[in-house]
Design a protein. Structure first.
Length: 202
């Protein structure tokens, strides 16, 4: 075994654990989106995806990186190249996410510091770190410790975002409708009954 393969083998259990966790959380995100699907329409689709897409993408990133770490015989150049490509691709996606967050801030003006940190700052740091780690692996420097820290950071950040999203879905679903709407609905039902009675008498 090469020094790279020996170092990678020592991280086998780590990648197996975080990869399994990411795979499970991806499935839970599908459940969460189904849970709050009625809250998303064509008017807020772009803003909703600015919060939903990054969380799923982060879990997929962890799953893919863990899968690469478990591939037998993978070389440092190939591993580093794919890792750098993941970082560059993620940075391109982050530009669109930033636009969605700005749109949400301009429309609702309720973005707090935690939203910007979890939705933009932390992913930006991790993506740049992916590119740096990829280049380091490609040049023959096995920076597994740094990659492990970045993987845990983005995984914990995504768990926080997913939990925040599920709480928001639950709160909005339980929010009572305004009285005016309920009163109007009762009036509409009463008018319907009166009209039905009139038709029957006639």
């Amino acid at each position: 075994m090469t020094p790279f393969e020996t170092a990678l083998a020592s991280w086998h259990d780590f990648y197996l654990l975080v990869g399994t966790g990411a795979f499970t959380l991806i499935g839970l995100m599908f459940v969460a989106v189904t849970f709050g699907a009625h809250l998303i329409d064509k008017n807020n689709m772009a803003m909703a995806r600015a919060f939903l897409d990054p969380t799923v993408i982060h879990f997929v990133q962890v799953l893919v990186i863990s899968g690469l770490g478990l591939v037998p015989g993978i070389g440092p150049g190939f591993f580093g190249g794919l890792l750098a490509a993941i970082g560059v691709w993620s940075l391109a996606i982050l530009a669109g996410v930033y636009q969605g967050l700005l749109k949400a801030q301009n429309q609702y003006n309720d973005m707090v510091l935690e939203d910007w940190l979890s939705g933009f700052v932390v992913p930006l740091v991790v993506y740049v770190g992916y590119v740096g780690c990829g280049l380091a692996f490609w040049m023959g420097h096995p920076v597994f410790d740094l990659l492990g820290v970045l993987t845990i950071l983005i995984l914990l950040n995504s768990i926080y975002c997913a939990w925040d999203l599920i709480l928001w879905f639950a709160i909005v679903r339980k929010r009572p409708r305004p009285r005016k709407i309920r009163a109007r609905n009762r009036g509409d039902r009463k008018s319907t009954r009166l009209n039905s009675s009139h038709i029957t008498i006639s």
